[in-house]
Design a protein around this ligand. Structure first.
Ligand code: NAP
Length: 309
């Protein structure tokens, strides 16, 4: 593998990376997909996607990924399931160092890294992760049948997952630090109408309590200054995402939060390197725009390869 020079190496196999791969292969480029985990990324954690056009009844996250994967497999999927840990320009080429020291050489690189789940950073969170603290409702929701759980956050993910958790839990506290959600109105409406969900406004968590498993959360009302305790068996944290771009510092330009800066052609500050999907600096993170950016990144890479011949 290490002697081969790929036209394009795509790092990350979520919707952005898979679309970039599809476009690259249809441009008859020699493409390699590098993905450290299962193909699909965050979408795999979503129960039902209702805003991806073409699926009027909605489509489960894993099914949408399955379809995207089937589509790229039609063009031959060259896949390496390892973590990329370094990227460096080497003359006209780019070298990607993988965790096992293998080196991938490519003429162009598309960074479709996605983003990791942001952590609260409070006592008990780390200790009780996997013991009642979760960042994935589709993975862990069924463990909380007829129990009481808390969901933290006020964005689309928190509200969507709170609704999903009502399928299992007997009650869901939705705890948000402000007095207004940032989620889309239709989700807000559904949450407010759901009798199993109790919204707790202006409140943050101070601590997650429990010995071998979660027993409850210590809350703090930011308006009244009051502390409280809620008995819950599960705490689902959906407070946004963080880029996983530490390893790219000094290689491509990042914004102040660590997301990759790109122009409208998805070009990064390093020639021949493109980025797309949740890892780029942008206001809206949706599957549909991740796919669109993946297509643009691949088309830009194709154009660059043509012009450098
Ligand atoms: P998000 O939109 O960034 O929302 C994060 C939420 O967590 C915000 O309500 C924020 O509060 C809260 N928060 C952040 N840090 C916190 C902390 N330390 N303590 C307590 N609360 C904290 O993240 P997201 O909901 O995961 O969504 C990520 C992106 O994916 C968004 O662009 C979203 O639109 C998209 N998405 C879309 C859909 C959909 O279209 N159906 C579904 C899922 C995700 P504040 O509001 O006070 O800042």
């Amino acid at each position: 593998m290490s002697d081969k020079i790929w036209d394009v190496a795509i790092i990350g196999g979520g919707p952005a990376g898979l679309t970039a791969y599809l476009y690259a292969r249809r441009a008859l480029l020699e493409a390699l997909l590098i993905e450290k985990g299962p193909i699909g990324g965050q979408v795999l954690l979503t129960d039902l996607i209702e805003n991806y056009p073409g699926f009027p009844e909605g489509i489960p996250g894993f099914e949408l990924i399955q379809k995207m994967q089937e589509q790229v497999e039609k063009y031959g999927l060259n896949l390496v399931q390892k973590k990329a840990i370094a990227l460096k320009p080497e003359g006209e080429l780019k070298e990607i160092l993988l965790e096992d020291k293998e080196v991938v050489k490519a003429r162009t690189v598309i960074l479709a890294l996605g983003a990791g789940m942001r952590k609260l950073g409070i006592p008990g969170e780390k200790e009780l992760t996997g013991k009642g603290v979760s960042y994935c409702a589709t993975c862990d929701g069924p463990f909380f049948k007829n129990q009481i759980v808390a969901v933290i956050g006020g964005g689309n993910t928190a509200l969507q997952e709170a609704l999903y958790l009502t399928k299992f839990a007997k009650k869901v506290y939705l705890i948000h630090r402000r007095d207004a959600f940032r989620a889309t109105p239709i989700l807000q409406q559904r949450v407010k109408e759901n009798p199993k969900i109790e919204i707790i406004w202006n409140t943050v968590l101070k601590e997650i309590k429990g010995k071998d498993s979660v027993e409850g959360v210590v809350t703090y009302n930011r308006q009244t200054g009051e502390e409280g305790f809620l008995e819950v068996a599960g705490v689902f944290i959906f407070i946004g995402h963080e880029p996983e771009t530490e390893w790219l510092k000094g290689v491509v330009e990042l914004d102040e939060k660590g997301f990759i800066l790109v122009n409208q052609n998805m070009e990064t500050s390093l020639k021949g390197v493109y980025a797309c999907g949740d890892c780029i600096s942008k206001p809206f993170r949706q599957i549909i725009n991740a796919c669109g950016e993946g297509a643009v990144a691949a088309l830009s890479a194709e154009k660059y390869l043509e012009s450098s011949h």
